[in-house]
Design a protein around this ligand. Structure first.
Ligand code: HEM
Length: 284
């Protein structure tokens, strides 16, 4: 039976509970296994702190990503969900397109599939080459930024564009407002709550103990944190099943995680998604 937490308070508490941590990946010499074994996302303790530091040091300033994404997405030949990772890769100094390589290895990076590993290994090795050719922790951190960024930010863009399309279809023709559903940033923020592109996270129990909500939990057991459900917890969000871009407490949304492992790319994701949506809307 899968152990799952769905309440906002329980998910938030577990994310700072020292009796739980992320599932880890062992060190490996090359390919996808090397990447997973060398990034912060699948590391614990001091190693996590060190590798997270490498990743955050590489992050470019977030604000300029908005204009860069808008310019790219304004081109009708650009595929909107590919824009964020393409713009981020360029800001990290990559001089050629790499979004296909990132997309190819993403399912294996997150451990969702065990097949097609040789293609994913080749994609990782090509990304290593794009970052100079050496398999260092710093290069792993840079590739880690791209893979962490890609699917989630693309998912946010796709969802927000669907909301805008649906709302535009139900708005009076001739409305004076350029974006009839309100500021795009507010739409993005509520989309992250209402339909999160990363709906769950996992944590592994480190020591046998009695948990107030889960009961007896044994070391090694995995707990699923249902962010999508926690984001609709009626104790925190009034009328949670209603899409409301004017909510006052969107800072409590759990889609970027919480605690010491919370997403360090939040501002980047928002700048990239905002710019991409603005660019698409500017196409007319
Ligand atoms: C809508 C877009 C995004 C969402 C929803 C998202 C969500 C998350 C979440 C929930 C985590 C924590 C996972 C956990 O605790 O197990 C995380 C980690 C991370 N994210 Fe994001 N993310 C997004 C975009 C980005 C972007 C654009 C970047 C980079 C520019 C990024 C870089 C990272 C990194 C490096 C980690 C690992 C942090 C660590 O190991 O401590 N993310 N993200």
């Amino acid at each position: 039976m899968t152990l799952t937490l769905t309440r906002h308070a329980d998910v938030t508490a577990l994310l700072t509970d020292p009796r739980f941590d992320v599932p880890t990946a062992p060190p490996a010499p090359h390919g996808l296994a090397w990447l997973r074994g060398a990034v912060s996302r699948f590391s614990r303790g001091d190693r996590h702190t060190h590798r997270r530091g490498l990743a955050t040091a590489l992050l470019p300033p977030a604000a300029p990503l908005r204009a860069a994404a808008a310019a790219r997405a304004a081109d009708p030949r650009a595929t909107p969900p590919d824009v964020p990772v393409t713009v981020l890769a360029a800001a990290l100094g990559v001089r050629r397109p790499v979004h296909e390589q990132v997309a190819r290895m993403t399912p294996g990076y997150f451990g969702r599939v065990q097949t097609g590993l040789s293609e994913m290994d080749a994609a990782v090795e090509d990304l290593v080459a794009a970052f100079g050719g050496e398999r260092t922790e710093r290069v792993a951190a840079a590739i880690g930024l791209l893979v962490q960024a890609h699917e989630a930010t693309a998912g946010l863009v796709t969802r927000a564009l669907a909301v805008l399309r649906q709302k535009a279809a139900t708005t009076e023709p001739g409305s004076r407002h350029p974006h009839p559903v309100g500021p795009i940033a507010a739409i993005l923020a509520e989309t992250l709550r209402y339909d999160p592109p990363v709906p769950t996270m996992r944590r592994e129990c480190l020591v046998d103990h009695d948990h107030p909500r889960l009961g007896r939990v044994a070391a090694g057991e995995v707990v699923v944190l249902d962010l999508a459900a926690a984001n609709r917890d009626p104790d925190v969000f009034t009328d949670p099943d209603r899409f409301d871009a004017g909510r006052p407490n969107l800072d409590q949304v759990l889609t970027f995680g919480s605690g010491p492992r919370a997403c360090p790319g939040r501002d980047h994701a928002l700048a990239l998604a905002l710019g991409t949506v603005e660019g698409v809307l500017s196409r007319g």
